[in-house]
Ligand binder design. Structure first.
Ligand code: CTP
Length: 413
C-alpha cells in the first residue's frame, strides 16, 4: 500500500462547497476544480443569489455531482437535504460568503438550503469555513466586522480577505482570496498541527557574493526545498520566518519572508530571528567564501591585461554558529542542517552532521535536485539514517516536518 502523502491533506475528504451571492462566485468554479484535483469530493450548494452570478451547470460539470439549490429538493428520499448533506461533510466551505449571508448565519437564519444546512450541521463534528467576499466599505463596516468576530466565537473558521482592485472599481480589503490561496488554506486546515506553538526559522536559496557592481559569485540552488519546508511548517501550525537569498519564488502563504543577497546579510537577518525561534532549518546554499572587497566600479577588461586576482575571505557558518549557541545547547533551538553532495552521501552527511554539531542532517545529491520539483533525502541522526525516496519537494518537506515534530516531542519528554 502506498504510504499516505502528508502534503495532500485534502485527499479523500468530502467537502460541501456553498456559494452565496457575489461576483467572487467565478472564483468558486476554479476552487471547485482545484479541490477535485487535490483528491477531495465536492458537493456544491448554491443560493438563488449565487445562481445569478454563475450557473449550477458549471458547478455540476466541475464537481461531477448535481448541485443543490433548494431545501425542497425531491431527489432526497426523506426530503431533508439540509440534514443529509451536512452529515456527510468533512467540512462546509462557504466561498464566497457574502456580507448578507454571514449576517444571516449569525442570527441562525435558515430560510434557504445553504443557511439551513449550516445551522443544521453537527457543530462539533463538521467545521464551517467561511471565505468572505464583498466591497471594501461593506467589509470595513462595523456591522460586518462585529459579525465576523461573533461568527468566529460561534466556532466558524473565518478566512482572511485579499486587498486590491475590486469588481466595483474601488480599491481596498474585501476581495475573496484567490482559488490557490483558498486551496492552500484548506490544505493547512486539514493538516495536523504538529508544530503548533513552534517558531520555525528557515534559510533558503543561494547567496550572491559581489565582485563588482555587475558581477558576483553564486550557485545553482533554486530555493525550492527551503520554500517547501517553510510552507509545510506553516501548514503544521508553526509561525514561520523564511530568510531567502536571491530566488524568484512566491512567498508561501502565511510565512514571513526576509530577502537577503549575501551570506553576510543572511547571517545578520538570521541572528535576531534565532533568538525567538525553536527550530532552525538551514537549507540555504550559503557561499563559503566572499571576495575580500567588492570593487566600487565595474572591473574593466584591458587589451592584453592580466585577469583580475581575486582574494577571498570565509563567511560565517550560520548553521554551525547557531548550533553552538547557548539556546541550541540548552535544547531551546533545534537545528537541522542540509548537505548537498555529489557522491558518498551517507558518509559525507554523517561527517557533516558531527562537524556542524546538529542533531539532524538532511543529505541530498545536489546535481540530481537543483532546480527540480522533486528530490530524494537521507535523514541522518546520531542513531542512524532514514531514506525518503524521490518525491515532490513539498511531500518530502511535510515528511521532514513530521520527523522534526517527533524529535521535538522526544526532547521535551
Ligand atoms: N551553512 C551555513 N552557513 C554557511 C555554510 C553552510 O549555514 N556559511 C549550512 C547550509 O545551509 C547547510 C549546511 O550548512 O545546512 C551544509 O553546508 P555545506 O556548505 O554543504 O557544508 P560545508 O561545511 O561547507 O562542507 P563542504 O565541504 O561540502 O562544502
Amino acid at each position: 500500500m502506498q504510504p499516505m502523502d502528508p502534503s495532500q491533506a485534502l485527499a479523500g475528504k468530502h467537502l460541501v462547497l456553498g456559494l452565496s451571492g457575489g461576483i467572487a462566485c467565478y472564483k468558486a468554479a476554479e476552487l471547485c476544480r482545484a479541490l477535485v484535483k487535490a483528491g477531495a469530493t465536492v458537493q456544491v450548494l448554491m443560493t438563488d443569489a449565487a445562481a445569478q452570478f454563475i450557473t449550477p451547470v458549471t458547478m455540476q460539470a466541475l464537481s461531477g455531482r448535481p448541485v443543490y439549490t433548494s431545501q425542497w429538493d425531491a431527489r432526497e428520499g426523506n426530503n431533508m437535504a439540509h440534514i443529509n448533506l451536512s452529515r456527510q461533510a468533512g467540512a462546509i466551505v462557504v466561498a464566497p460568503a457574502s456580507a448578507d449571508f454571514m449576517a444571516k448565519l449569525l442570527h441562525g437564519g435558515a430560510d434557504e438550503l445553504l443557511s439551513l444546512m449550516c445551522l443544521a450541521r453537527p457543530i462539533d463534528k463538521v467545521p464551517l469555513i467561511l471565505a468572505p467576499a464583498m466591497n471594501r466599505e461593506m467589509y470595513g463596516h462595523p456591522a460586518t466586522q462585529r459579525n465576523l468576530t461573533q461568527l468566529r466565537s460561534d466556532g466558524a473558521h473565518v478566512l482572511g480577505v485579499g486587498a486590491g482592485e475590486q469588481a466595483c472599481g474601488e480599491v481596498g480589503d474585501g476581495r475573496m482570496l484567490e482559488p490557490e490561496e483558498l486551496l492552500e488554506e484548506l490544505q493547512a486546515f486539514f493538516t495536523p498541527k504538529r508544530l503548533a506553538g513552534e517558531r520555525v526559522l528557515v534559510t533558503a536559496g543561494p547567496t550572491y557574493e559581489a565582485i563588482d557592481p555587475v558581477r558576483g559569485i553564486t550557485n545553482l540552488s533554486s530555493g525550492k526545498m527551503g520554500f517547501a519546508i517553510a510552507q509545510a511548517a506553516w501548514r503544521a501550525g508553526a509561525e514561520v520566518t523564511l530568510v531567502a537569498g536571491p530566488v524568484s519564488l512566491a512567498t508561501p502563504r502565511g510565512v514571513r519572508r526576509i530577502d537577503v543577497r549575501s551570506a553576510e546579510q543572511m547571517w545578520q537577518a538570521v541572528q535576531p530571528c534565532a533568538e525567538q525561534a525553536s527550530v532552525f532549518v538551514a537549507t540555504a546554499a550559503v557561499a563559503d567564501w566572499r571576495p575580500v572587497s567588492a570593487a566600487d566600479q565595474k572591473i574593466k577588461k584591458t587589451e592584453g591585461g592580466a585577469a583580475p586576482a581575486l582574494s577571498f575571505t570565509e563567511n560565517t557558518d550560520i548553521l554551525a554558529s547557531l548550533a553552538r549557541s547557548e539556546r541550541a545547547r540548552s535544547g531551546q533551538l533545534y537545528c537541522v542542517g542540509f548537505a548537498a553532495e555529489s557522491q558518498d552521501l551517507l558518509a559525507h552527511a554523517q561527517a557533516k552532521r558531527e562537524r556542524k554539531g546538529v542533531p539532524l542532517l538532511v543529505g541530498n545529491i545536489g546535481p540530481q535536485t537543483f532546480g527540480l520539483d522533486d528530490n530524494a533525502l537521507l535523514l541522518v541522526d546520531a542513531h542512524g539514517c532514514e531514506e525518503l525516496p524521490r518525491a515532490p519537494k513539498l511531500q518530502l518537506a511535510c515528511r521532514l516536518i513530521e520527523r522534526i515534530a517527533q524529535d521535538l516531542r522526544k526532547t521535551s519528554s
